[in-house]
Design a binder for this molecule. Structure first.
Ligand code: IPM
Ligand code: MN
Length: 354
């Protein structure tokens, strides 16, 4: 099969972890006889430095012409402490999501048997956790009207959703629930927010089309608590953009390291695969960052975008093997010998080709 993949390394540790995902994907291609055509493009601070725009039109065209997009991370401390910066790397990510229509962000949380002791949560609480957040990604407060009034003394951001925006993410949620344990949780703040009441009303009106799915409606503050108290009680959760951003960071703690969880952002035309962690600038260039979240994002890409299940499974299998054999970066090595980012990538590629 010919796979045409846009490669957006981005900032910070992005290029290093992306390199490992490329190594692993190339090993898969060699083993299963696929031809991957990687097309590199600029995003984030790297793109601001080069052309003054964190998501240049050229990058957009490359993404549109690709079968799938593999993405590293965006963010640079040069912009974080400068509230007056006119352009910011993160704007590139938001522009990319919006222009590519990537409305459904699929963020799984699961545990690796060999890492149960790595989580700050007790083993019996997290053992067996396997849930998926569907975070709405192109609406809500991220994209609503915002601004300043009163000579800059007042600021506002607005959260807006249309019924059709809620419907299309909820449809994905119901369909995913049908493929899993037929349980769907709609996370909102309907006791306070009008936009949440629209979410709840819309999801409720869809229940009759999915009679086998049991839907629960929970407030976001309660979910934040229950997620770490009883994560096993959840399966598929749907939620709006900002709640999803916050809860998925919280959920990543369950697996033991931020460097482990992959994600997919699915749109009408294309889909993008990226680790849920950020650009971790403190580690950039040091060859120490955990590449597994990006490598597992590549596995999601093989499975979802190209329907190559066996290839995806092999990636997951060798990742599990590396964890069992402690071929891991320093975030997981527990004071024992740790391996560099590139060593982990090379070890996995070699295992694939064995
Ligand atoms: C994420 C990130 C982004 C977000 C930032 C970098 C804009 O935190 O993908 O979760 O808030 O969506
Ligand atoms: Mn986030």
């Amino acid at each position: 099969m010919k796979l045409n993949i846009a490669l957006l390394a981005g900032d910070g540790i992005g290029p290093e972890v992306i390199d490992q995902a490329v190594k692993v994907s190339n090993a898969i291609a060699k083993k299963f006889n696929h031809q991957i055509n990687w097309v590199k493009a600029l995003t984030g601070a790297a793109a601001i430095d080069a052309v003054g725009d964190p998501y240049p039109e050229e990058t957009h065209q490359i993404c549109l012409n690709a079968d799938a997009i593999l993405f590293g991370a965006i963010g640079d401390p040069r912009y974080d402490n400068d509230p007056s910066a006119k352009v910011r790397p993160e704007q590139g990510l938001l522009k990319m999501r919006k222009k590519l229509g990537l409305f459904a962000n699929v963020r799984p949380t699961f545990v690796f048997p060999s890492l149960l002791n790595k989580s700050p949560l007790k083993k019996d609480i997290i053992e067996g956790t396997d849930l998926v957040f569907l975070r709405e990604l192109t609406g809500g407060i991220y994209f609503g009207e915002r601004g300043r009034l009163d000579n800059g003394e007042t600021a506002y951001d607005t959260c807006t959703y249309t019924r059709s925006e809620v419907k299309r993410i909820a449809e994905k949620g119901f369909n995913l629930a049908m493929k899993r344990s037929k349980k769907l949780c709609c996370v909102d703040k309907a006791n306070v927010l009008e936009s949440s009441r629209l979410w709840r009303e819309t999801v409720q009106s869809m229940e009759k089309d999915y009679p086998e799915v049991t839907v629960s409606y929970e407030f976001v503050d309660a979910v934040a608590m229950r997620l770490v108290q009883w994560p096993k009680s959840y399966d598929v959760l749907i939620t709006e953009n900002l709640f999803g951003d916050i809860l998925t960071d919280e959920a990543s703690v369950i697996s033991g390291s931020m460097g482990l969880m992959p994600s997919a952002s699915v749109g009408l035309e294309t889909s993008l695969y990226e680790p849920i962690h950020g650009s971790y600038p403190q580690a950039a260039g040091k060859d120490i960052a955990n590449p597994l979240a990006t490598i597992l994002s590549a596995a999601m890409m093989f499975e979802d975008a190209f329907k190559l299940k066996e290839e995806a499974k092999l990636i997951r299998d060798v990742v599990n093997l590396s964890l069992e054999q402690l071929i891991v970066t320093e975030d997981l090595s527990e004071g024992k010998k740790s391996f560099s980012t590139s060593e982990v990538g090379s070890w996995l590629s070699n295992e694939i080709l064995k």
